[in-house]
Design a protein around this ligand. Sequence first.
Ligand code: FES
Ligand code: FE2
Length: 425
Amino acid sequence: MAEAEIDQTDEHQYFEGRAYGRPTPTTDEELVRVGPGTKGGELLRRYWQPFALADEATSKPQHVSVLDECLVLYRDGDGNPGLLYPRCMHRGTDLIYGKVEQTGIRCCYHGWVFDSQGHCLEIPTETNEKLRQRIRQPWYPVMEKFGLLFTYMGPPELQPGFPTFSLEDDLGESERIVSYRSDSGPNGPHPKLSAASDYNWWQMYDNWMDPFHVCVLHYSINGPQFSPSLGILPEVDFRETADGVISIQKRVRAEGPVQQRISQVIMPNMNCTAGVTDEELGVAGIGWTVPIDDTSYVMFGLVRIDRENPVSPPDIPMLQDHWGPDHGKPFAEWTLEDHQQWQTDYVAQKGQGDITSHSEEHLMAGDKGTALSRRFFRRQAELVASGQQPIGATPNVSYRVEILGGNALLDRETGECVAGYAATT
Ligand code: FES
Ligand SMILES: [Fe+2]
């Protein structure tokens, strides 16, 4: 069934409709799988992906999982972050037990030393230098930028340049770009994987193009979780852009300017979503929803901060350290009863299961943004599968990421922007 349409001839759904005999649920494999060789996974591998905060790479090796690959992250004495396949290519000992040295990591078993590009620098028990020089521990490149570590996990000959972001344009003296990992709050943290959420990444990514749930989940179900004005049912225009999808939401308040909020997704896994308070007028930051594996993900982001004109910390329930039915109880300790009293994006998304069954969905007009995002992603994945380049992933070329997302106030009569950021769309 095409998305955003319901098959009204489906008697099972529209007549008797009992649970008995319902079709076996299926999931859209192209969307949800992220490992090597999967359609979606190969698309995601054509882009630089953030995977850790820069200060997490230290002389103590640690496992990190990205796109369903477990890797070892460390930083050598010269300051180079290394991201290596964990099984030592000699006899397979995990390099997490290695000793980090000035120029690389030494496997604990027989002492082979590898640098951050996998070159073998030393084999204590071998004198054949030529053999040593031919050896390469599998590795991925790492780029350190904005306080984040990014990696490119695709074919080496197709590696794109590192992107530039319109968020960096005309940075004033008092302004800077700060990065974050979404460690807590509405989506987590995961009980085992710190700072991650424990379900398929698309269940989060769908949400960026779903402005209507804001008025329900974040308002009518629980009372206001964001600024009161966001509870107004918006008029929404969904549009495809050159590299993704936007939703232009207009909220007409009782008086004063119209509030405009543009949310954006940029393929394959970026989003630009502005703040959820009335004070946060202006351009949106940039976020990445990065799959750890098929059933967990982590989010990273960049925001532009002006130290001279800081936006005061929002005093709204969703953004407090400990919000919900029992202020003071960390999210990880919430019981089922707590979640039934105060529902969040977490239960709405995790409630679909570890990986949702797309065959059981019934998308309506309000889901158009979600449908457009999924279609765009599938089209891009198909390009990769047929040997072509997806948008923004030209070898050696740096793609410019244009932010359209942002909050603005529009004159009630003329529709002119009177404050904030209203991108030309
Ligand atoms: S297993 Fe790593 S050096 Fe032998
Ligand atoms: Fe939400």
